[in-house]
Design a protein around this ligand. Structure first.
Ligand SMILES: NC(=O)c1ccc[n+]([C@@H]2O[C@H](COP(=O)([O-])OP(=O)(O)OC[C@H]3O[C@@H](n4cnc5c(N)ncnc54)[C@H](O)[C@@H]3O)[C@@H](O)[C@H]2O)c1
Ligand SMILES: [Zn+2]
Ligand SMILES: [Zn+2]
Length: 349
């Protein structure tokens, strides 16, 4: 079958062996639609090291189950399903508390050897371990949610919902979101859906324009101005009750500290690797900054909420899709996304 594989310094579309059931708890899903995520780029820019050459990339997908192991009973063959990038056991103390992202046996799909070396979903088929907990049936109330909408509920929209939850975004709150990529935009949409006023900031004017024109969001261009000053001006000095950092660069983290009001919440969703930052302890202490690192987003706790928002029409994540491409054209899709010429690229096998 065709799949997007890591070549050592980039991606290629290659022929690979079809996945099979390896354990009784597995399912194999025939992929109807997948997408390229900012986290996939981290495999190429070195932030997420350890992707195996020839390993299949991809962790956002919808499809239907074509094989299920003997103990994978929740989603029988033929069931239309949504996948999660986060692969959990469902059985450890953290999972039983619903804190799936802190699962003692946590893995991730298609994101390299450090997270389980699982082949990913930018492919015709994908094997999903512990399928009962790591797939969500698109049945019942969600049977009518189209593939393109559901696709977002296993990663970026569920991540946005989790970020808004960590930010405790509420009706009286101003939530600043650093980064207007797909993740930042959906963090803002999720915050807005909870009643907050969201202000998105990006250093790329084209992304600011996209946030304003396509998503109808309040958006500030911080390519030339300091993020803290921009938010100070936009809020009449009040600053943000919470800031969501959806970039994953130290510069953006520093901006998040500056856009947040004293006593406010700083939620860090952007991915970090070996970067370092010297935190001025006295500043953080006297300002009472509440730093909340998301880690991997708690998808399994938020994908139903995300689907509800989408089904109700409160959030339309498909607005972020700028390129609908065939899986065979994935190399060009990666190029466009890395160059920020694309906002969100979907790949159809
Ligand atoms: N925690 C999780 O589970 C989780 C899930 C999904 C994605 N992510 C991460 O979220 C981050 C964003 O993902 P994405 O797909 O939106 O990526 P993206 O690269 O499309 O978007 C990042 C945006 O940040 C902007 N930016 C860069 N530096 C900036 C700065 N200093 N100030 C303001 N804006 C700046 C860029 O112009 C860009 O628009 C990535 O690090 C991704 O890996 C985390
Ligand atoms: Zn992702
Ligand atoms: Zn677990």
């Amino acid at each position: 079958m065709k799949a997007v594989v890591f070549t050592g310094n980039g991606v290629a579309v290659d022929d690979v062996a079809e996945p099979a059931i390896l354990e009784g708890t597995d399912a194999v899903v025939e992929v109807a639609l997948s997408a390229i995520c900012g986290s996939d780029l981290h495999l190429l820019d070195g932030k997420t090291p350890g992707m195996r050459e020839g390993g299949v990339i991809g962790h956002e997908f919808v499809g239907h189950v074509v094989a299920a192991g003997e103990s994978a009973t929740a989603h029988p063959e033929g069931t239309r399903v949504l996948g999660s990038f986060l692969i959990v056991c469902g059985d450890c103390t953290a999972c039983r508390k619903g804190r799936f992202n802190h699962c003692a046996n946590r893995r991730a799909l298609g994101l390299g050897t450090l997270t389980g070396d699982l082949d990913g979903a930018q492919a015709e088929k994908v094997r999903v371990p512990l399928a009962d907990v790591n797939l969500r049936s698109l049945t019942g109330p969600f049977a009518e949610v189209p593939d393109e909408h559901a696709l977002f509920c296993g990663d970026v929209l569920a991540t946005g919902m989790y970020a808004a939850h960590l930010a405790e975004a509420g009706e009286d709150d101003i939530v600043a979101v650093i980064g207007a990529g797909p993740v930042g935009l959906l963090c803002a949409a999720a915050s807005t859906a909870r009643g907050a006023r969201a202000i998105v900031l990006d250093a790329d004017p084209s992304r600011v324009a996209f946030a304003r024109d396509q998503m109808d969001l309040e958006a500030l261009d911080v390519s030339e101005v300091d993020a803290g000053e921009a938010v100070r001006e936009a809020t009449g000095g009040a600053m943000a009750d919470a800031t969501i950092e959806a970039v994953g660069h130290v510069a953006a983290f520093r901006s998040a500290l500056r856009t947040t009001a004293d006593g406010g919440r700083v939620v860090i969703v952007g991915v970090y690797g070996s970067e370092r930052y010297e935190l001025p302890m006295g500043m953080a202490w006297i300002r009472g900054l509440d730093l909340r690192f998301s880690g991997m987003a708690n998808i399994q706790a938020h994908w139903t909420d995300a689907l509800e928002q989408v089904r109700a029409g409160a959030i339309d994540p498909t607005v972020t899709i700028t390129h609908r491409m065939a899986l065979e054209d994935a190399v060009e899709g990666y190029r466009l996304f890395a160059a920020r010429e694309a906002m969100k690229v979907t790949l159809k096998p």
